[in-house]
Ligand binder design. Sequence first.
Ligand SMILES: C[S@@+](CC[C@H](N)C(=O)[O-])C[C@H]1O[C@@H](n2cnc3c(N)ncnc32)[C@H](O)[C@@H]1O
Length: 441
Amino acid sequence: MSQRRPPADKADKLVAAGYERHQAGDIAGASEFYARALRMRPNHADALHLSGLTERAQGRHDEAFARIERACRLAPGNAPFEANRAAALVTLGRPAEALAAADAAVTFDARFAPGHANRAAALSALGREDEAAQEYQRALALDPTGLDALNNLANLEQRRGNLDAACTLYERALALAPHHPHIHSNYGTAIYALHFSGRGEEAARRAQNWLERFPDSPTARHWAAALAGAEAPPRAEDGYVRGAFDLFAATFDSTLASVGYRTPDAIKRLLEENIGEVSPRFDILDAGCGTGLAGIVLRGWAKRLEGVDISTGMLEHARARGIYDDLRASELVADLLAHRDSYDLIVAADVFCYFGVLDELLAATHAGLRPGGRVAFSTETMLDDETGDWKVRPSGRYAHARRYVEQAVAKAGFTPIEWSVESPRAEDGKPIPGLLVMAVK
Ligand SMILES: C[S@@+](CC[C@H](N)C(=O)[O-])C[C@H]1O[C@@H](n2cnc3c(N)ncnc32)[C@H](O)[C@@H]1O
């Protein structure tokens, strides 16, 4: 006699259907199935655990932890649950508890590679880097295809200055995941660090090989142009910029402080000298606003302050400042053309260095301004012995000939008001040459 299926089986089926979507990268779809399973069976440990992972993927880290922890309590002794509880605790900045959870995971199943990888992440967060490196190696011995372990160990080796080891690990990771934007971006920083450490030829060779292996990667194309003399795109490609800044966002402010980034202060002086006292009277666009370092300065003059940036990672930090009336994730030129005659002032602090040819960008900026509106922007200046209108520097930023910037500003229909020689930052301890420009429509 056939038995009626108990409701528990329906919940299991929903979890299985959700997991299929999860594996295919459809986080929203998976999370919907897990939610349906949990409505049917609120204590379904797998559904709680997996929905915790979808919460994590969507950046809701407190909720992710709460769900995974409940799953651990409902099904004690489960290595994957404990390993993911450890990962959630690392993200929440609770590394000691994370280590205890990861210890439990590897006790429950010593052959579960992610348990070791997440234990390594906890050790790394505790500053126990040698142990962390050994633990990542343990994870990779159990599963040589563990992408997170490869990438995180590479990051650890890069931080410790072991650049050869880091590059080799990124190369292994890229062979497994050729389209992973973060791994490409991380590899770029490692190759640049190699160049910066005085091993320019080797950096060039690696960049050239990278481009040959991954000609479709905008990040490979970018660094091959910067370090190996490959043909430079007329502006940094969107995929490169997005990947680089999404990854950089969390440490952007502290890193820029450490290289003496001074463009927002220079812009403050430029505005004081050219538009007068600080009072909220202009509609301002912070073009390429990043985390909002220039926005802090601009807020005082703004009746309305908008920010646009291509990197959602950077925008999250800008949003947290609470100083913008509107923030948009958008490509700058397209965004300006969609907001014609909208601003009294457009400021681009350290943004033109992601463009080589300036014509389109300046024409779009001109279009975005009201008549009489002003643009203020910074550039990095090419050295006297460098030829041409612009070039991509080994740093990955574009530098321009002053003559070329002057011509481009005039060609776009602007009248210049001020040109100051102003270094945006230091590189290798030395201020790099730059310009700060204000022009009127
Ligand atoms: C070096 S950061 C400067 C951020 C900010 N203006 C400041 O002064 O701190 C450059 C920013 O420009 C953004 N950016 C570069 N090219 C862009 C483009 N084509 N469209 C939108 N944003 C862009 C990057 O995402 C990044 O956030």
